[in-house]
Design a protein around this ligand. Sequence first.
Ligand code: AMP
Ligand code: GLY
Length: 430
Amino acid sequence: MKNNQLKILLIGSGGREHSLALKLKESNQNPSLFIAPGNAGTAQCGTNVQINDTDIENLLKFAIENEIDLTVVGPEAPLVKGIVNTFNDNNLNIIGPDEIGAQLEGSKAWSKAFMEKYDIPTASYKEFTNSADAKKYIDDTNQFPIVIKADGLAAGKGVTIAATKTEAYSAIEDAIDNDKFQEAGKKIIIEDFLDGEEASIFAFCDGKTILPMTPAQDHKAIFDGDKGPNTGGMGAYSPTPLITDELFKTIKADVFDKVLKGFKEEKIDYRGIVYAGIIVVKGKPLIIEFNARFGDPETQVVLPRLKNDLASIFQAMTTQTLDTITLEWKPESAVCVVLASGGYPDSYEKGKEIKGTADFSDNTSIQVIHAGTRLNNKKLETSGGRVLGVVGIDSSLKRAIDQTYSAVEKISFEKSYHRKDIGHKALARL
Ligand code: AMP
Ligand code: GLY
């Protein structure tokens, strides 16, 4: 640490990373922040560095040359590729699991076997590398819907919920025989369909202690009423009435404490984020999937509610002293509405000028989080499918929703699209 100023390198370029950057900037350690590769929003929090998030060699070189004290990894791809092993080998502090720990997200078969071994509640499953065997299993169970998942990373597209035998067969053939997901689909798992409502709970973990964060819910489907194809996420809110205090305690004991026990027994030195994708079926929480990182857009509604200094939490993770920290949360609700390019999640146009974001720069109850944005001759324009996340914070969920949507109305770009019902599911529950 030079001149006592903490230097942080944040890897990634989405809304999640802009939100992390804003929270890290709030730290009373006043860190200097580098974001690789970042977006137009992160450029306002620090220095964007033009290195791709999976270019481990150049990220390492940058961290060494710039005497980075702490690296924080946003997305899963560099984790699964082993960035943490490389940084550890060079005595650099980094937040994220190593290549083995990242299998929690990088291999569904590994993750399911881990859940089974440590008695973590989840759907029953079988794994296959041969399509004839997989089809026979479909015939034998003869229960629909049934869920077919590519084993490896498939950018959120590896899951098929098959309503009929024909759909199940073609999902199996696509993955194993037709290389739809390349290597990631050579192995598949087939699991029982779970009917319930989903929530996301992240936890900080240092290998010795695991601290679950406040719950959130996202809206994956493109259209209102959770209709249409899945996207990276069209909005989120936190907290959620789905996860009562009692259910939270059950999830801590039945999921997170068991995950930590598993890490210890398997000698996995996990100093990163554990993301539990929970589904509540008849009041009982089960795991849909684990991820090895923060979720997007849930991070955008979880971090604004965190009272603790995020940089200090990350430092405690590197020294395995998370046990000295108690997480504290603001009672307010946070809501995020994603503004997407028309056509997303299929094809869409880029380079549309974005207007109206500057009005919120001094607003303490609205954050305009950048995802697919870039500067073109000082003009802000679209550069991706999910363009912005507008986050509103207020005393109740209803007020936060209203606050967010009134801000959304003031931001515009050609062919902008957003869902109109973010948070309504929770209002109905309240
Ligand atoms: P995953 O990539 O495993 O999170 O799956 C993506 C989405 O597919 C989840 O968020 C669920 O909505 C759905 N899904 C996955 N597994 C199941 C299951 N066993 N039962 C019902 N829905 C599922
Ligand atoms: N919001 C879902 C994810 O980050 O995977």
